[in-house]
Every structure is written in structure tokens, then in C-alpha cells.
Design a protein around this ligand. Structure first.
Ligand code: AMP
Length: 323
């Protein structure tokens, strides 16, 4: 089980940190992937923009290779049990546990005009997302590690108080659990504006790469560089075949290869990954009824699984159906 927020477009960090693993895990496990629109409400998005973003992010997930015949792909708010379990778990979570969450502190700085209670209880809703499907593996980037730790503690508490109900959800990290943004400093993120978009064209990517930070010691092409300290070289690690990477590293160290050419090579390798994703996304945009069908089928499967868990949970905590 994993989710992605419909806030802005997907970027290379989402792709490398999470989506790559979603595609891999669906081959081996029963998988649930959702667009978490309830979580996005913590940022009070424009309603029409939210609806558009939900579809775009769902398209991105499918275009990246998540196969709706193998995985259940759905929208969080189509399964009302997420909110219901979220409340039950809220009543089990000590304030002190939430107070430690660094993402809440970061978001409070990012949106000081809107520090709402949903931002604070965000990780509990996330715990409900996972627990509803009694998920054992959660493929996410490193930024979610602390939330997953809280999820494990909360679900262990539920099991202790009400009897064994939920498995311990383990974090599954990809080879790139923390992709750095184009500024070379912070985690790549939509809110920081330092991202390489998954749907960007070759030209857009190249324009962004041109302005991106490289090894600060290379002011002129004739300055010798250290690839290990260069953010652009770290991207080569994800997209460029090993042999060519060696050549690039040697060219950087000897100053035979300039940063501009190095960036052009990266753009070409990125494009090889992004072009087919963009093509599949365009095809999905041209057939909105196909996306509706996938999301309707996903919601129906997810609701069935979620309701089966909720019947057990309601029974355990003492909530009885109406007579
Ligand atoms: P979000 O857009 O915050 O919903 O994130 C969706 C998924 O992408 C989560 O599993 C995140 O951990 C992952 N993710 C987001 N940004 C990055 C990044 N810069 N590096 C690696 N993974 C990331």
C-alpha cells in the first residue's frame, strides 16, 4: 500500500523514490495505490484545481507503469472508510507522538498562514490508509520514515488494546530514497520549486538543468571537478548506464568535459525514461472514460477490502451496527 498527494505534478523524486518500487512490488504482492486527495486538503487547494490534480496524478501513476490489472488504483476519498478509521486511530494516538513529527514542523514553516489541525494529524490518516488494507509493505521515500514509525507504534497500540488486528507495516525504500532538488540542497519537492517534472519535455528539462547547480569548484570549463560532490552527477547515477557514467566522471575530473555537455547527456538519458511515460500519459488524457473506468473499478475493490477490515475494527472497539 502506498499513496501520492495530488498537489502539483509528479516529479523525478516521486518517480525514483516511490513509483519505481510500486511498479516492482505489484509483480509480487497484492497492491493498493491511491491518490490521497484527503491529505491534500491540508493545503486548502482550489476545488477545481484539486479535481484536475487528482486525475493528472492518477494518470502519472498509471503512465509510470502501475498496471490496473495487477494493482488496485483508486482515489482516497472514494473510500470513506479512510476517514472513519482515521478518527478511531486519532483517539489512540498520544499528542506527544505527533509533536515529534518533523514534517509537521516543516509544513508549519512553509504555510504559516494555514497551520490547521489536519496538518498535525496527517500521519494518523496515513496510518489508516495503510491499516485499512492490512498492508505489510509500504513503498515510500525517506521523508516518510518517521510517519511509518508512528504508524507501527499506533497499530501495535491498537493490537495491544483491542487484540491482534493489524500487521506491522514495513517501509520499502527504493535505490533513491531521497532525491535532492535542482538547488543541490533540499529534497526535491513540489513545494520547494526545485523539481524536475516527470511530464516535462526535453526542452523544459534542459532549460532547468542549465540553471542547476554543479560542483562549485568548476567556475570555468578548464577547472577540474569532483563528480562525487556534484548533484548533476548524482542524477547520472539514476539514469545513465555505468560505463558512460565512468567516462563522464573521468571527463569531469580532467576538465575534458564541461558542465553544459554533461547536463546535455543527462537530459538525453532522462528523456529516454520520460518519453514513453509522457506518451502513455497523453494516451490516457485522450481517453478520459478509460481513466474513469480504472478509478471506479479500483474504488470498488478498495471499498470491499476496507469494509471487511472496518467490520472487524468496529466490532473490536465496541461500535455496533444500527439495530
Ligand atoms: P508526496 O508527493 O509527498 O505525496 O510523495 C509521494 C511519494 O514520493 C512518497 O512516497 C514520498 O516519500 C516520495 N518522495 C517525494 N519526494 C521525494 C524525493 N525527493 N526523493 C525520494 N522520494 C520522494
Amino acid at each position: 500500500m502506498s499513496g501520492v498527494q495530488p498537489t502539483g505534478n509528479l516529479h523525478i523524486g516521486n518517480y525514483l523514490g516511490a513509483l519505481v518500487n510500486w511498479v516492482e512490488l505489484q509483480k509480487h504482492y497484492e497492491a493498493f495505490f491511491c491518490v490521497v486527495d484527503l491529505h491534500a486538503l491540508t493545503q486548502r487547494p482550489d476545488p477545481a484545481a484539486l479535481q484536475r490534480a487528482v486525475r493528472e496524478v492518477a494518470i502519472g501513476v498509471l503512465a509510470s507503469g502501475v498496471d490496473p490489472d495487477k494493482s488496485t488504483v483508486f482515489v482516497q476519498s472514494h473510500v470513506p472508510q479512510h476517514s472513519e478509521l482515521g478518527w478511531i486511530l486519532t483517539c489512540l494516538t498520544p499528542l506527544g507522538d505527533l509533536n515529534r513529527m518533523t514534517q509537521f514542523k516543516d509544513k508549519s514553516v512553509q504555510q504559516p498562514e494555514n497551520i490547521n489541525a489536519g496538518l498535525f494529524t496527517y500521519p494518523i490518516l496515513q496510518t489508516a490508509d495503510i491499516a485499512l488494507y492490512r498492508a505489510e509493505r509500504v513503498p515510500v521515500g525517506e521523508d516518510q520514515e518517521q510517519h511509518l514509525e508512528l504508524a507501527r507504534e499506533t497499530l501495535r497500540r491498537f493490537n495491544f488494546v483491542y487484540g491482534e488486528t493489524f500487521p506491522d507495516p514495513q517501509t520499502v525504500k527504493s535505490q533513491a530514497p531521497r532525491v535532492i532538488g535542482l538547488d543541490g540542497q533540499a529534497k526535491m519537492s513540489k513545494s520547494k520549486g526545485n523539481e524536475l517534472g516527470l511530464f516535462e519535455t526535453d526542452e523544459e528539462t534542459l532549460a532547468k538543468l542549465r540553471a542547476a547547480k554543479t560542483d562549485p569548484a568548476r567556475l570555468r570549463k578548464s577547472d577540474k571537478g569532483t563528480p562525487e560532490v556534484c548533484n548533476i552527477f548524482s542524477y547520472h547515477g539514476f539514469f545513465t548506464p555505468a560505463a558512460q557514467r565512468e567516462e563522464i566522471a573521468a571527463g569531469c575530473r580532467s576538465a575534458q568535459l564541461g558542465c553544459v555537455d554533461c547536463k546535455k547527456m543527462l537530459a538525453a538519458h532522462l528523456e529516454a525514461v520520460k518519453a514513453p511515460i509522457r506518451e502513455r500519459a497523453t494516451a490516457l488524457r485522450e481517453h478520459p472514460a478509460r481513466l474513469d473506468e480504472i478509478l471506479a473499478a479500483g474504488a470498488s475493490k478498495a471499498r470491499a477490502a476496507a469494509e471487511s477490515t472496518m467490520q472487524l475494527v468496529r466490532e473490536r472497539v465496541g461500535l455496533r451496527p444500527a439495530p
